[in-house]
Structure formats: C-alpha cells, structure tokens
Ligand binder design. Structure first.
Ligand SMILES: Nc1nc2c(ncn2[C@@H]2O[C@H](COP(=O)(O)OP(=O)(O)OP(=O)(O)O)[C@@H](O)[C@H]2O)c(=O)[nH]1
Ligand SMILES: [Mg+2]
Length: 174
C-alpha cells in the first residue's frame, strides 16, 4: 500500500460542530460541552482505500470561527481538501458558506470541497432541509452530506469522500 499524507482544513461558522465532527471521526467520541476552538488544532487520522491501494494519513486542521482574511490564507495554504460545515438549526450558517468558500477559493482555486450540513439529529429544530443544501452544493460544485457528530451518521462517509477527492478520485455517492 502506498502511504500518502494530506492536509485537510475544516471551515464554517462558530458552533456548527467542526471540532465535534473531527472528534467523532478521529476518536469516535462526542461531547455536549462547547469548547470554542482558539487558534488552530491539528488531528491525525489514517484511512485505507484498498481499491486504490492507498493508506491516507489525513492531517485535519481545525480553526475558530470568524477570522481575518490573512489568517485564513495561512490556514488554507497547502490544504489538499476543505470541508465546509453548516448547522441545520441555523439558516445563516448555510448562507455564510458563500463567504467561506469564496475566501477559500480565492486562496486555493481548485481545492476539492465537501459540504457538511451538521446536527441532522436535531429534527425538531431544523430550519435547513437537504433540498436547500443540495442547491448550495450544486452552486459550489461540491458533494454534500447531512451529518451528525452526535450520532455519527454520515461522518465517516463524508471524511471518506474528501479523502478520495484529495487523492484525485471521485467521492462515493450517498
Ligand atoms: N445535536 C447536535 N449537537 C452538536 C452536533 N455537533 C456539535 N454539536 C454541539 O454544538 C456545539 C458546538 O460544537 P463544536 O464542535 O464545538 O463547534 P465548532 O464549529 O468547532 O465551533 P468553534 O470552534 O467555535 O468554531 C457543542 O455544544 C456540540 O455539542 C451534532 O451533530 N448534533
Ligand atoms: Mg471548534
């Protein structure tokens, strides 16, 4: 198996669940406690893709919400993939992905992107449906996944998708 190391960054508004998604994927744990991420944090996770004979070591970069453009530049620099996260219980977190992804693509025009609409377990509070995520995702030419860091639904699938995309492969369909 070929070993490949890639940097993947996660972006999106504060509180959408970026850190929880990484935690769920990397350690398979979840906490209700909200610890606002300050600065950047890097986690590592290995994934195997036997069909293409690759072991991918993903460096997952996590960051606090709103930041100056100059900060984002250093953060995105060298990223092979970007995960853009919104929260289905807050409408503006989806519309704000426009701005996040415009900034990302300004720095890295061709970087592969996946959209995660997180907290899909919050069915009663949901104001964003999969239809509106699909429309946004089409605009960004990115696949999208309805995820929950709490239950773990679609978490491995979406990280697997960006993993395949950073290797130049097509993501698996939902
Ligand atoms: N119900 C539910 N709550 C979630 C989910 N993911 C995260 N949360 C909660 O949302 C809050 C924020 O999660 P974080 O992962 O810290 O959010 P973040 O995007 O990293 O926030 P910043 O670091 O401030 O940018 C926490 O209280 C989590 O417990 C989810 O899938 N479902
Ligand atoms: Mg965080």
């Amino acid at each position: 198996m070929k070993d490949i190391l890639k940097k993947v960054c996660i972006v999106g508004d504060p509180g959408v669940g970026k850190s929880c998604l990484i935690k769920r994927f990397a350690d398979d744990t979840f906490s209700d406690k909200y610890t606002h991420t300050t600065g950047t944090k890097m986690s590592k996770k290995e994934m195997e893709f036997p069909d293409i004979d690759v072991r991918l070591s993903m460096q997952l970069w996590d960051v606090v919400g709103p930041k100056s453009p100059s900060f984002l530049e250093g953060y995105i620099q060298g990223a092979a993939g970007v995960m853009a996260v919104c929260d289905v219980s807050r409408d503006e977190t989806l519309s704000n992905l426009d701005e996040w992804l415009a900034s990302v693509r300004h720095i890295a025009p061709d970087v592969p992107v996946v959209i995660l609409a997180n907290k899909s377990d919050m069915t009663d509070e949901a104001v964003v449906d999969s239809q509106s995520v699909a429309i946004a995702a089409r605009r960004f030419k990115a696949p999208y996944y309805m995820t929950s860091a709490r239950t773990g639904v679609n978490v491995a699938l979406s990280f697997g998708a960006i993993g395949r995309m950073v290797l130049g492969e097509a993501p698996l369909a939902v």
